[in-house]
Design a protein around this ligand. Structure first.
Ligand SMILES: Cc1cc2nc3c(=O)[nH]c(=O)nc-3n(C[C@H](O)[C@H](O)[C@H](O)COP(=O)(O)OP(=O)(O)OC[C@H]3O[C@@H](n4cnc5c(N)ncnc54)[C@H](O)[C@@H]3O)c2cc1C
Length: 428
């Protein structure tokens, strides 16, 4: 029996896997209510107030190689051991699809708190929401007063973009500084100062949405987190570990939800079922975290990796069964990285960085305006470099990615030396 590959979710991870498989001649079925109409999400939060392209479609067509099924998948059931198929996907329409390989790529969904006095408050998580906001902005004509609840990447991107376009923006945040869960102190504090200087207003230690002054803001955007979309497998959802599934933190009073735990080969605990992108939590390999990576480069890389591995089964004449054994199968090993463009500020991370790190090394360009923060596996002098944050210095972000991908990582002593040429080292 040939492979019956089903991918659930036509976002970046699912689209990439489907494209790679079909281009190699392997037919695949892609399930998503929006299959064929999906698009990149990053421009949505960055281009609400300017004329730059905010809608970047994936341009994937349903054809002989890829069959679109425009429905929601509601559950999976697994076949008995020894059966020819690995399991069956159940759709909201009542139809079913058998599979030998299933990739879960269902992404995340945004939390949607209600804001008293602002019934139209919404997150910017999908194209419909971005278009509604862009329409509102275009119709208003005059500068707007924008309220934002939450100070993770998306909230700060919206507020800084609004101010850069001549609007007012106020960010209400729980703590004392924005981006507290995303970036280390030197980077988040530099951004905090730059955004305040640019005119973004911050209301810190704000814990009660009901206390947001009513009738002040023309437009209100919420950005308090997102959680992985999961589909029950044999009636169960992931319940393992203590890890928070939500990189922005869970909403107070709500039970946390979990992503699918996957090993270094992106396998779930269920034979024949993998997870990729924002709904996957990688527990093994070189770059494990306690939550999904939730960034575009990882989603794309996961999609490519799974396509390559599934196609490689043929190279072994079908003998290798990597659905149950990892022998001979390379783990997923790309350097994870993330970017966030906040008005004129550009911030990047590569590899493992921690917002709580204190034993970092900071290196700046001569003006001091651009800098990098280097993170290590431990406090020991010989501890390995594991991650780098970069503010407003894109060529050095590229150098950081090269270094982390290779085996020639600089030592602490080298990085502490102001004469050390990190960029040249990255090319060795
Ligand atoms: C506004 C915004 C800005 C962002 N900015 C950045 C950025 O600057 N840099 C960066 O690196 N990352 C950014 N990200 C994150 C990045 O977009 C995601 O990490 C990436 O899209 C994840 O890809 P994915 O394929 O896992 O999920 P998604 O792209 O979310 O796709 C999931 C798909 O699954 C489908 N689906 C869900 N449930 C079901 C079901 N039951 N049945 C069938 N289909 C289903 C959905 O319809 C969706 O099409 C941003 C995200 C958002 C929302």
């Amino acid at each position: 029996m040939g492979k019956q590959i089903v991918i659930i979710g036509a976002g970046l991870a699912g689209t990439t896997a489907a494209r790679e498989l079909s281009q190699a001649g392997q037919p695949v079925t892609l399930i998503d209510p929006e299959a064929g109409d999906t698009y990149e999400r990053p421009p949505l939060s960055k281009h609400l107030f300017d004329d730059a392209r905010y809608h970047l479609p994936y341009h994937l067509e349903s054809d002989e190689g890829i069959t679109f099924v425009r429905h929601r998948a509601v559950s999976l059931t697994l076949a008995e051991a020894g059966a020819e198929i690995a399991g069956t996907v159940h759709l909201a329409s009542g139809e079913t699809l058998d599979f030998t390989h299933c990739i879960l790529a269902t992404g995340m969904e945004a939390d949607r708190p209600e804001i008293p006095g602002y019934p139209d408050a919404l997150p910017v998580y999908n194209l419909g929401e971005a278009e509604w906001i862009r329409g509102f902005v275009a119709e208003a004509g005059d500068p707007l007063d924008v309220g934002v609840l939450g100070s993770g990447y998306l909230g700060i991107e919206v507020a800084s973009a609004a101010v850069a376009a001549g609007h007012k923006a106020t960010v209400y945040l729980r703590g004392t500084e924005p981006l507290r869960r995303q970036l280390s102190a030197p980077v988040r504090q530099a951004l905090f100062a730059k955004h305040r200087e640019a005119g973004v207003r911050f209301v810190t230690e704000h814990t009660d949405a009901a206390a947001i002054p009513q009738g002040v803001h023309d437009l209100f955007v919420t950005s308090v987190g997102a959680r992985p979309v999961r589909i029950p497998i044999n009636g169960s959802l992931p319940t393992t570990d203590e890890h928070p599934a939500d990189p922005e933190g869970t909403v107070a009073g709500e039970a946390p939800t979990f992503a699918w735990d996957v090993d270094a080969h992106l396998r779930t605990a269920y034979p024949g079922v993998w997870a990729a992108g924002d709904c996957a939590h990688i527990t093994g390999g070189r770059f494990p975290l306690n939550h999904p990576w939730a960034c575009e480069p990882v989603a794309e890389s996961h999609g490519k990796y799974l396509a390559e591995q599934i196609l490689a089964e043929d190279a072994d004449s079908g003998v290798r069964d990597w659905t149950t054994a990892s022998a001979g199968v390379e783990p997923w090993d790309d350097v994870p990285w993330h970017w966030s463009f906040q008005g004129p500020e550009k911030v990047f991370t590569a590899g493992l960085t921690s917002p709580d790190a204190t034993d970092t090394i900071v290196r700046s360009d001569p003006s001091g305006a651009k800098f990098q923060v280097f993170h290590f596996a431990g406090p020991e002098p010989e501890a390995e470099l594991v991650g780098v944050e970069t503010l407003n210095w894109p060529p050095m972000q590229a150098a950081a990615r090269r270094v982390l991908a290779g085996s020639n990582r600089p030592t602490r002593a080298q990085l502490e030396n102001p004469e050390f040429d990190f960029k040249a080292h990255s090319r060795l």
